[in-house]
Design a protein around this ligand. Structure first.
Ligand code: PLP
Length: 394
């Protein structure tokens, strides 16, 4: 008999699982090329050439003994130093290897930091729409996810409601920008206001509240949009970064946490996160890919591929009468459904072989997420289906 907690978690993953099964069923009937799967955030852009080169270099380097061995649970010291330097150069910070813990992607990093910080019943606030896995990650450590309702005007966080939801039990706030599922970048103005609210609340409640900035999409920002670096605005900051999207390496599971030394109880957090990495069973981030990314700190995927998809999809959907805001980053578009029921809209889309995810899965019903990290041709071929869908519903 599986645990009660897992029973709930299995039940709640069934929507996405059902979609995955549906995709397979449709592909069997109509052929994979006639199924338009916009359901997953799996990058379709190749990793940069530098990554392939680095993999070969690391593997062929006869001087590097023990490249596959265990190491400090935080990761290789020289890799962490290279990452700290790279962050310092980009953002004018002053991090050292001690601030960096290599993790098994952003998901691994979030689990490490939540295990490090949470006592049962501690509250973690996040802003809808949000990456649904936050609910599971917080539950893993018996915390409570507190959701601030969406601001559907521009999808910047609803800060009035945020203020009201902070309590003496609030331990952390997860923010994700560029955002999955909206593609919105939280503006500097938002970040300053949010930081001020937290500072005031800490004073009022006599507690420490940490921002966990979940940033797997940091590098995917269009039109040179700025993504504010959180540790510059707020002391109690922990940043979770990942190479899953920035270098198209989601299966390799590599990322890192930055724990600011301005954060309250910094030394203990670093020590505990190191142990959390080990006892969660990650032990350490993959050795080979630590070495690889250290050689690719300035490499970038070809953002223009996503940008072209963004333009095609956005212009197409708008011309058919859909409403959505233009994503500034990531590779998702969050579109208002022409009927109220987003789940029903997704079922109607399925009938046209279009797979998209209901906004309810992100705490924002009445919308759907379209992941446009697909071939340009897939969007071209799917657009008539989107057009027919809205026309049939008028
Ligand atoms: N956070 C957000 C907002 C995501 O969208 C994802 C993956 O899609 C993750 C975290 C997990 O990323 P990783 O593959 O680096 O674990």
């Amino acid at each position: 008999m599986i645990s009660k907690k897992m029973q709930d978690q299995v039940k709640n993953s069934s929507v996405i699982r059902a979609m995955f099964e549906e995709g397979k069923r449709l592909a069997d009937i109509y052929g994979a090329e006639n199924v338009f799967d916009f359901s997953l955030g799996n990058p379709n852009v190749e990793p940069p050439e530098d990554v392939k080169k680095a993999i070969l270099e690391v593997v062929n380097d006869s001087n590097s003994t023990g490249i596959h061995g265990y190491m400090n649970n935080s990761g290789y010291e020289d890799v962490r130093a290279a990452i700290a330097n790279s962050i310092n150069n980009k953002f004018g910070t002053a991090f050292t290897p001690k601030n960096i813990i290599m993790t098994v992607g952003a998901a691994g990093g979030l689990n490490v930091i939540l295990k490090t910080l949470l006592n049962p019943k501690d509250e973690v606030i996040t802003f809808a729409p949000f990456f649904g896995e936050y609910r599971n990650y917080v539950k893993n450590y018996d915390g409570e996810l507190v959701v601030v309702s969406p601001n559907t005007l521009d999808f910047q966080p609803n800060l009035e409601e945020f203020k009201e939801k902070i309590t003496a039990n609030t331990k952390a706030v997860i923010i994700n920008s560029p955002n999955n599922p909206t593609g919105v970048i939280y503006s500097e103005e938002t970040i300053i206001k949010l930081s001020n609210i937290l500072r005031d609340k800490q004073k009022e409640l006599g507690t420490d509240i940490y921002i966990i900035a979940d940033e797997p999409y940091r590098e995917l920002a269009y039109d040179n949009a700025e993504v504010p670096y959180l540790s510059k605005y707020y002391e109690n900051t922990i940043i979770g970064y990942s190479y899953s999207k920035s270098l198209s390496l989601p299966g390799e599971r590599i990322g890192y946490l930055v724990i600011s030394d301005q954060a309250a109880d910094y030394e203990n957090i670093v020590a505990a996160a190191n142990i959390a990495n080990r006892i969660l069973g990650f032990v350490n981030a993959p050795a080979l890919f630590q070495r690889v990314i250290a050689k690719c700190l300035d490499a970038k995927v070809d953002l223009e591929v996503y940008n072209k998809n963004r333009e095609l999809l956005y212009k197409g959907l708008l011309s058919f009468g859909y409403e959505c805001i233009k994503p500034e980053g990531a590779f998702y578009m969050f579109v208002k459904t022409p009927i109220e029921n987003d789940v029903e809209f997704c079922s109607l889309a399925n009938k046209k072989n279009i797979l998209i995810v209901p906004g309810s899965a992100f705490g924002c019903p009445g919308y759907v997420r379209i992941a446009y990290c697909v071939a340009y041709k897939t969007i071209e071929k799917a657009l008539p289906g989107f057009k027919a869908l809205i026309e049939e519903l008028k």
